[in-house]
Design a protein around this ligand. Structure first.
Ligand SMILES: NC(=O)c1ccc[n+]([C@@H]2O[C@H](COP(=O)([O-])OP(=O)(O)OC[C@H]3O[C@@H](n4cnc5c(N)ncnc54)[C@H](O)[C@@H]3O)[C@@H](O)[C@H]2O)c1
Length: 260
């Protein structure tokens, strides 16, 4: 199926590492033109190098600041003339029991995972309304659907992305804009494809031994953990004209971990 994403213009928050990297490269492979909006400039530059020349560019953007997301949207419009697709992928977490977790970590989760979605979506929508078309695909998590153990506030922020996408989808559908959500399951990052700012390079990544990962994989109906590439196809489909009659929906890409 030709998704007709050739020359589509896309901005991917958190597009430098792991899942975001795979999504950025996936759009580039379809012939789209992509802006990676990330705080990790050196990792973003590495991903730009991996793509066919001229398909990817990077801008330093911090999703916790609407001034910064406004600037990133302005940059993409100046560079490409328009934005067809926003992918909200930037995220951060660290797994701890609710009663053990310091407030600063909740605040970082809320700032990146919740405000990041609000800021970037608010920044791009006026442009999409003006054009009478647009796609917003946001990366939530199965944690936001089921409420995951040791991920209380993160689950809340990811559930908020699902609910806000539905609510906003109702408001902007009349302008030809869709909002949909993709929920990965456990999708570990690797040092070669994850940046310095990646959760997989910090304490979060170090919490999971090979034995724990194998145990998690056994609990998934498809008996393996996700790869970043598993997430790409569903995101491309929801970003394409082939999904023009799909809005306000949530799709788990998690080997059957949740079936809702
Ligand atoms: N990997 C998983 O197991 C998993 C599972 C479910 C959902 N998710 C979600 O998928 C998304 C990507 O996860 P990942 O594993 O690729 O994470 P990652 O940590 O490897 O990548 C996150 C990217 O976001 C960037 N980032 C962090 N803070 C930012 C900010 N303030 N502004 C702009 N960019 C910022 C980082 O620099 C990094 O490039 C996240 O939203 C995450 O919550 C991941």
């Amino acid at each position: 199926m030709d998704l007709k994403l050739e020359d589509a213009t896309v901005i991917v928050s958190g597009g430098a590492s792991n899942i975001g990297r795979a999504i950025s490269l996936g759009f580039a492979q379809e012939g789209a033109r992509v802006v990676i909006a990330d705080i990790d400039d050196s990792q973003a530059a590495r991903v730009v190098e991996e793509a066919p020349a001229g398909r990817l560019v990077a801008i330093h953007a911090d999703v916790t600041s609407q001034e910064s997301t406004d600037a990133a949207i302005g940059f993409a419009i100046e560079r490409f003339g328009s934005i067809d697709v926003l992918v909200n992928c930037a995220g951060w977490t660290i797994d701890r029991l609710f009663l053990d977790k310091p407030r600063e970590e909740w605040e970082r989760e809320v700032a990146i995972d919740l405000w990041g979605f609000i800021n970037f979506t608010r920044s791009v929508l006026p442009h999409m309304v003006e054009r009478g078309k647009g796609r917003v695909v946001s990366i939530s998590s199965d944690a936001g659907r089921i409420g995951e153990w040791r991920e209380a506030v993160y689950s809340g922020t990811k559930a908020a992305i699902i609910a806000m996408s539905k609510a906003i989808a109702r408001e902007v559908g009349k302008h030809g804009i869709t909002l949909n959500v993709v929920c990965p399951g456990f999708t570990p990052g690797h040092p070669e494809t994850s940046g310095e700012e990646s959760i997989w390079r910090g304490e979060q990544g170090k919490q999971f031994s090979a034995e724990v990962l194998a145990r998690v994989a056994r609990s998934y109906p498809l008996r393996r953990l996700g790869t970043p590439e598993d997430v790409v196809g569903p995101v491309l489909l929801l970003a394409s004209e082939k999904a023009s009659y799909v809005t306000g929906q949530t799709l788990s890409v998690s080997g059957g971990y949740t079936m809702i």
